[in-house]
Design a protein around this ligand. Structure first.
Ligand code: GLN
Length: 245
């Protein structure tokens, strides 16, 4: 039996818009159903972060004013730990506001919030309409395996651009994605992943949840025991059809 999955939720109270806590619940349940131990720790404002103590770091979505508080705290208390974790191949998953903060900066009017800099992406708060709606993207996580669809919901005022050499998580099939124009969604650099997809993301896309669990434990996804996923498949198909794919 694999060892425990150790997950660290960053700012679970502040960065939890759209019930992104559901993402953590899915990880917990899918481990429990397989007899894999699950240890959840949180790290909030002012708290240190031990980059060696966790296999997966999760940063959810948030409103601009909460992101402001977190951006400063991330730099002061968590940046080094997160960089050390990413360097040894730990998974770091950021959703929406969390995705924005993993990048280099988030510009809000006159103000520019510095990001953690795990990936070279820059976000600018656009004065125009928010990018809202159901979204579907095509993703290939492992070369050689077929592309899969991630389906979810997006609602962001920020427009995100990838720096040169940075790869998106996926290509937009329906919806807006990073900036409503590039056709790109999210970012992926090794095991650091950022995406605008809420939903919450993992209850609607359990194949991604399993990939995260396996990868964080250093396993192939085929090594995970199969589960009865009839309901989860329905949720996925519902999210796809809402997005029109
Ligand atoms: N506040 C950010 C934006 O509007 C992120 C929003 C979110 O996490 N849903 O772009």
């Amino acid at each position: 039996m694999p060892e425990d999955l150790r997950v660290c939720a960053l700012y679970p109270e502040l960065m939890n818009i759209y019930a992104d806590r559901g993402n953590l619940l899915v990880l917990e349940r899918r481990c429990a159903w397989r007899g894999i131990g699950f240890r959840l720790t949180s790290s909030g404002l002012g708290e240190p972060l031990d980059g060696d103590a966790h296999d997966l770091f999760y940063l959810g979505g948030g409103q601009d004013r909460d992101q402001l508080l977190c951006a400063e705290d991330l730099l002061r208390h968590k940046r080094n730990g997160l960089h050390a974790a990413a360097a040894r191949g730990a998974l770091v998953l950021g959703v929406c506001g969390g995705y924005q903060l993993l990048g280099s900066s988030y510009a809000l009017g006159e103000e520019e919030l510095p990001g953690v800099g795990l990936v070279d992406v820059r976000t600018v708060r656009h004065p125009g309409p928010r990018l809202i709606g159901n979204v579907a993207i095509e993703v290939t996580l492992d070369p050689g395996r077929p592309a899969r669809v991630l389906a979810g919901f997006e609602n962001h005022g920020g427009r995100t651009r990838l720096g040169p050499g940075e790869q998106p998580l996926g290509r937009v099939l329906r919806g807006h994605g990073n900036d409503g124009r590039s056709g790109l969604e999210g970012v992926r650099r090794g095991n650091v992943i950022g995406t605008y997809l809420h939903g919450p993301l993992l209850p609607k896309n359990i194949w991604l949840a399993d990939w995260l669990i396996a990868t964080a434990l250093g396993l192939s996804v085929d090594a995970l025991a199969p589960l009865d996923d009839a309901l989860e498949q329905q949720a996925h198909m519902g999210a796809r059809s809402a997005a029109g794919v």
